[in-house]
Design a protein around this ligand. Structure first.
Ligand SMILES: [Zn+2]
Length: 576
């Protein structure tokens, strides 16, 4: 997700604008929209829109806590091992050969009632060493009955409803399963009559109907577009701490599930079209409806965005079919064509950059949806949702003047594509360990910028090196403001502002400074090995450190100083 981070950057950039506006003239059209400044990729293909002003950033990412730099990090350690550590650049990421969970769904979208529902046959097995005498499922849509629980003010009117669920059946004996909702209404407890032994398989069948609330959210209906995500009762993750019942929060993710195969049939009103996780396999039209069949292998969840107003653009980007979908009327907006060109450019370069750095994107397709969205963007397997206002050019300044750029679009699209590796391919407990999700993904923004070697990289590096995180005095200030250590759960921060500053901004810098110490290509080889080793599993915090120490050894003084200051290493064996 990329939400308040953008707001914070915007605020810091506005301070910069205040200083610059007195001397830099800007045209009326862009002045009305100015939201920030920063880096702009320089497209290298003729077909790609070139922003009207090439920006040399005058300001880049500014973490929210002011720290007076006293030292500057410089790469000083020789790489401990040769760059050939781990698999080669651009290596393939193969789907696992082990038996995967399987969701078979027959669904119907009722566009008038704003509901999605149907029947699910979910086949799975106990993949732990513990016997399961109950099952835990998560039902996030029911939380939209309480605005505070989903990140809105208490006075906000939401039209969410408790999900209607019936007919939980255990395939092993055909018995109906009794179940209850926890105090947290998103947590369902199913009392299975016969415990599920380690390795034992069963099919859980059930029916559900979910209300889609009228909000511009990752789960919601607005302006004719249904964003239908985290929408069906899904098996919670069972890890060494048992069933994960971490609370939902609106500023990030608590989503934590097992990679599964999906076969899904959705019936829509005639004229509707959807972008989904996975790929479309069949289309069957009836008098007033259309039914699509989708197959989605090896993903953590299935989501879709649907509308009868969608326009679609499709291109091959680095051997991946990239579809951009948006309401047709957006095409009349200023600079829309340029924004779409740049979106394709950003998708292609992100897939290239991350494929080289972490292993190639293993799926056929990637969908990018533009809709009204309160957050800047949100990631799902094979599908990202980007706020439509990100497509507006923002004013940037450089030494020769000012002009519009799509800095926010590039940052947002590359960030959400980065999540395809760090969330999608390597999962983690995103609520309890957000640094494994959002901090690493924020670092991928820099991997993208470095791959392009664009004009902003030097300035970004300068900003990211201004505070030496190996320095205890510097770190102490950041610890006092909750920016460090970064391996805290969302729930441990005193407010979401501090969470965002720590996990997104400082987390990004922590990873960048690891790169400085170990070397650019060398650090990417560490991440590539981490992805290779933990692909399609849920990694634990110490898994990352295991790979890191395998490369760097445990005696690298600079790395150890950084890790000691930026992580609470005492947590590694017990946290999850
Ligand atoms: Zn994110």
């Amino acid at each position: 997700m990329n939400r308040k981070k953008r707001v914070k950057r915007w605020l810091s950039m506005m301070i910069l604008f205040a200083l610059l506006l007195g001397t830099v003239a800007c045209d009326k059209q862009t002045a009305t929209r100015r939201e920030g400044t920063g880096r702009t990729a320089t497209p290298t293909t003729a077909a790609t829109a070139t922003p009207t002003a090439e920006a040399t950033p005058t300001g880049v990412v500014t973490p929210t806590t002011e720290v007076t730099p006293t030292t500057t990090v410089t790469p000083s350690a020789e790489p401990t091992k040769a760059p050939e550590f781990g698999p080669a650049e651009n290596c393939a990421i193969e789907f696992p050969t082990r038996d995967l969970y399987h969701y078979d769904m027959d669904l119907t979208l009722d566009a008038k009632a704003h509901t999605i529902g149907g029947h699910i046959d979910f086949t799975f097995y106990n993949d732990t060493k513990d016997t399961w005498d109950k099952l835990c499922l998560r039902d996030y849509p029911s939380l939209f009955t309480d605005p505070v629980k989903v990140g809105y003010s208490r006075s906000t009117r939401l039209d969410g409803e408790i999900t209607g669920i019936s007919g939980f059946t255990d395939s092993r004996d055909g018995s109906e399963i009794s179940w209850t909702r926890d105090t947290d209404v998103s947590v369902l407890w199913l009392s299975i009559a016969t415990p599920l032994a380690p390795g034992e398989k069963m099919t859980l069948s059930y029916d559900f109907t979910t209300k889609i609330p009228a909000v511009d959210d990752r789960f919601g209906y607005v302006d004719g577009v249904f964003n239908v995500t985290n929408f069906y009762p899904i098996l919670a993750e069972y890890d060494r701490n048992g069933w994960c019942t971490a609370a939902f929060y609106g500023d990030g993710e608590c989503f934590y599930s097992e990679v599964s195969n999906y076969d899904v049939r959705i019936t829509f009103p005639a004229g509707f079209y959807a972008a989904t996780t996975g790929t479309e396999k069949n289309k069957a039209e009836a008098e007033n409806t259309v039914t699509y069949t989708y197959h989605a292998p090896c993903v953590r969840e299935f989501v879709f965005s649907a509308s009868d107003t969608f326009a679609q653009l499709t291109r091959d980007c680095d051997d991946v079919r990239v579809n951009i979908l948006f309401p047709k009327n957006y095409a009349t907006r200023d600079a829309w064509d340029e924004a779409m060109e740049l979106t394709f450019f950003c998708a292609e370069k992100s897939l290239e950059a991350f494929g080289e750095a972490f292993g190639r994107y293993p799926y056929e397709e990637l969908d990018i949806i533009y809709t009204p969205l309160a957050a800047g963007g949100m990631e799902y397997p094979n599908l990202i949702i980007i706020a439509d206002n990100v497509c507006q050019p923002v004013l940037t300044f450089n030494d020769t003047g000012a002009g519009p750029s799509f800095y926010m679009l590039e940052e947002c699209v590359s960030h959400e594509i980065g999540h395809q590796w760090f969330m999608g391919i390597v999962g983690s407990n995103s609520g309890m360990q957000p640094w494994m999700d959002e901090s690493i993904t924020s670092y991928t923004e820099l991997v993208y910028a470095e791959y392009l070697d664009n004009l902003g990289v030097a300035a970004i590096r300068g900003s990211f090196e201004a505070t030496d995180l190996r320095d205890k005095t510097q770190a102490a200030k950041l610890i006092r403001n909750e920016n460090l250590p970064i391996n805290k759960s969302y729930y441990e921060y005193s407010n979401s502002t501090r969470y965002v500053s720590s996990i997104y901004s400082w987390g990004q810098i922590v990873f960048y400074q690891m790169e400085l110490i170990l070397g650019h290509k060398e650090f990417q080889s560490v991440l590539r090995e981490y992805v290779h080793r933990f692909a399609f599993t849920n990694a634990m915090p110490e898994d990352f450190f295991t790979v890191l120490y395998e490369f760097a050894g445990t005696e690298n003084e600079q790395l150890n100083a950084l890790l000691d200051n930026c992580f609470d290493l005492s947590r590694l064996k017990t946290a999850s």
